[in-house]
Each structure stands twice: as structure tokens, then as C-alpha cells.
Design a protein around this ligand. Structure first.
Ligand code: BJW
Ligand code: ZN
Length: 241
């Protein structure tokens, strides 16, 4: 099927869907100029995400890990949502039940106007004390000192979820509730390798939901999909919505 026929089919399905959800990953923010994790520009000083986004890396070298987040916070402070984000915000206006489950920590869905957003991996503009657990929003770029400290003296860390850490309980509960009830899922710009998000599409598919992937390339979950649209999220989503 050619892309325009696929888009037409998804549009019809979406119109009839009662509780559609979107699972988004770094690919939806790529067109805003945010580097993906596993793309060719997804490296920071030749480190992989798996080497920096871990509690072990933070314990060993908090300064290095913070430099990585400082670089990303600097970059994110300058970018704007793109047509893909805006299309999903538009969809929420048409379908009240529509929700976004995002793995992104950049906050761009909310900035585009989406309100029903679950941030599975936290938010880069939140900092949390590694000792007393106190959490606050902090948009300072750059930080006054690296690594930043809490008033209790403990080290502050980014309010994101690292490898080997549990996902926030509230976000996870909300997600499973959405997954249990959805009849259509759009899987947008995620490589489908990081758990547990990587298994959401197959979970809902087994329950009978219609699953659609929008990605530049094939992923490990492509073969489970009802429709795979190869293209840029910023091109495809406005056409669907
Ligand atoms: C476009 C595009 C355009 C580009 N348009 N598309 C079961 C089995 C094996 C391992 C595990 C397991 N369960 C848990 C694990 C361990 C681990 C894991 O999954 N490891 C795998 C790598 C094997 N998971 C965890 O540790 C998770 N915790 C957990 O499960 O707790 C319970 C538990 C703990 C320990 C053991 C067992 C259970 C936590 C995962 C946290 C992930 N954190 C990060 C960093 C967040 C903070 C930060 O941002 O710094 O989250 S890693 C990074 O990857 C980030 C992302 O959210 C996440 C996913 O990446 P994403 O979004 O898919 O991006 P990319 O770059 O990979 O892909 C981009 C895609 O877009 C590509 O496909 C492009 O083609 C596409 N694209 N431009 C459309 N314009
Ligand atoms: Zn503290």
C-alpha cells in the first residue's frame, strides 16, 4: 500500500477510535533539532546513553553526567515543538480521550498544548535531591555549579529515569490504565528497544487494539503492527489528524 492510502486508512480508524493513545519517542522531537539517542547524531562526546543515563555513572562521576545534561538542557532551552507535536495537540481537541504516553523528557508535548501527557521517563527540567528526595522545577541554564547541590547538602540529580531504575509509579499506573482501555495506538519515533515502553504496542495489539507505527526506519516492533508508515512524524501526523 502506498503512503497516502495508509494515511487514509489510519485517518478513518482514528475517527472511529474511542480511546486512542500515542506512544512517542525521541523521533518526534528530532525535527525540532533534538538529537535522538540511537541515531547517528545521538552521541555526546562518544558516550552512549547507556553509559551516562545510569545511577552507577552518576555515583562514579556526577560532574560528567551533569555536563551531559547541561548540554541537553542548553539545547532544549532553544528548541520549539514541531508539526508532529502540534498535530497531536490538535488531536486532543478532536478526541477528548486521546492521551500521549511519552518517553521524552523534553516537555515539548506540553509546550505544544497537549494536556493529557504521561511522562514515563520523567522531565529534564525537574531536579531531585539524591539524598533527601526533595524535587523542584529548575530551568536554570547553565547551572550555577556543577554538580548542583540541595539545601541539605546532598547532590541534585536530573528528575529523569535512568537505566535500572523504576519508572514513576503514578506515570506507570496511568499508562497501564490507558493501555487496558485503548483501541488504537500510534507508535511514533521510538526505536522500540527500551523496556518497558518497547512492549506496550504488542500488549495492546494482543488485546485487539489497532496499532500503527510512524518511523523513519523499521524497528523490532514493526512486524507486530497493523500499519507501518515510513516517514517523518512532522510530515505524516498533520496529514492523519
Ligand atoms: C523518527 C524521526 C522522525 C528519528 N520521524 N521517526 C527487559 C529486558 C531487557 C532489559 C530490560 C527489561 N526491563 C528492563 C530492562 C532494563 C532497561 C532496558 O530496557 N534496557 C534495554 C536497552 C535492553 N530498562 C530500564 O532499566 C527501565 N527501567 C525498568 O524497566 O525498571 C524495572 C527494571 C529495572 C531493572 C531491571 C529490570 C526491570 C528504565 C529505562 C529508562 C530509559 N531512560 C532513558 C534516558 C532518560 C533520561 C534522559 O533523557 O537522559 O530514556 S534511555 C533513552 O532511551 C531515553 C529514551 O526515552 C529511551 C528510548 O529511546 P527512544 O525514544 O526510542 O529513542 P531512540 O533514539 O532509540 O529512537 C529514535 C527513533 O526515532 C528511531 O527509531 C528513529 O528511526 C526514529 N526517528 N527521526 C519519525 N523525524
Ligand atoms: Zn536534599
Amino acid at each position: 500500500m502506498d503512503t497516502s492510502r495508509q494515511i487514509e486508512e489510519v485517518r478513518e480508524r482514528l475517527e472511529r477510535a474511542r480511546r486512542p493513545v500515542a506512544l512517542t519517542g525521541a523521533g518526534i522531537s528530532a525535527e525540532s533539532g533534538v538529537p535522538t539517542f540511537r541515531g547517528k547524531d545521538g552521541l555526546w562526546r562518544n558516550y552512549r546513553a547507556e553509559e551516562l543515563a545510569t545511577p552507577e555513572a552518576f555515583r562514579k562521576d556526577p560532574e560528567l553526567v551533569w555536563e551531559f545534561y547541561e548540554w541537553r538542557r542548553g539545547l532544549l532551552s532553544k528548541v520549539k515543538p514541531n508539526r508532529g507535536h502540534y498535530a497531536l495537540a490538535e488531536l486532543e481537541k478532536k478526541k477528548e480521550e486521546f492521551a500521549i504516553i511519552t518517553q521524552n523528557v523534553d516537555g515539548l508535548h506540553s509546550l505544544a498544548g497537549s494536556r493529557n501527557v504521561v511522562e514515563l521517563h520523567g522531565n529534564i527540567w525537574v531536579v531531585r535531591c539524591a539524598v533527601c528526595g526533595k524535587e523542584k522545577e529548575d530551568r536554570t541554564v547553565p547551572m550555577e555549579e556543577i554538580p548542583p547541590r540541595c539545601s541539605c547538602g546532598g547532590l541534585l540529580r536530573p528528575g529523569v529515569v535512568w537505566f535500572g531504575e523504576m519508572l514513576p509509579v503514578d506515570a506507570l499506573n496511568k499508562t497501564y490504565e490507558l493501555l487496558e482501555n485503548t483501541d488504537l495506538m500510534l507508535v511514533i519515533g521510538t526505536s522500540g528497544v527500551v523496556q518497558p515502553a518497547a512492549s506496550f504496542a504488542t500488549m495492546v495489539k494482543q488485546r485487539g487494539a489497532f496499532v500503527v507505527e510512524i518511523n523513519l526506519e523499521r524497528t523490532p516492533v514493526s512486524s507486530f503492527m497493523d500499519v507501518v508508515i515510513n516517514g517523518r512524524a512532522g510530515d505524516i501526523l498533520p496529514q492523519i489528524v
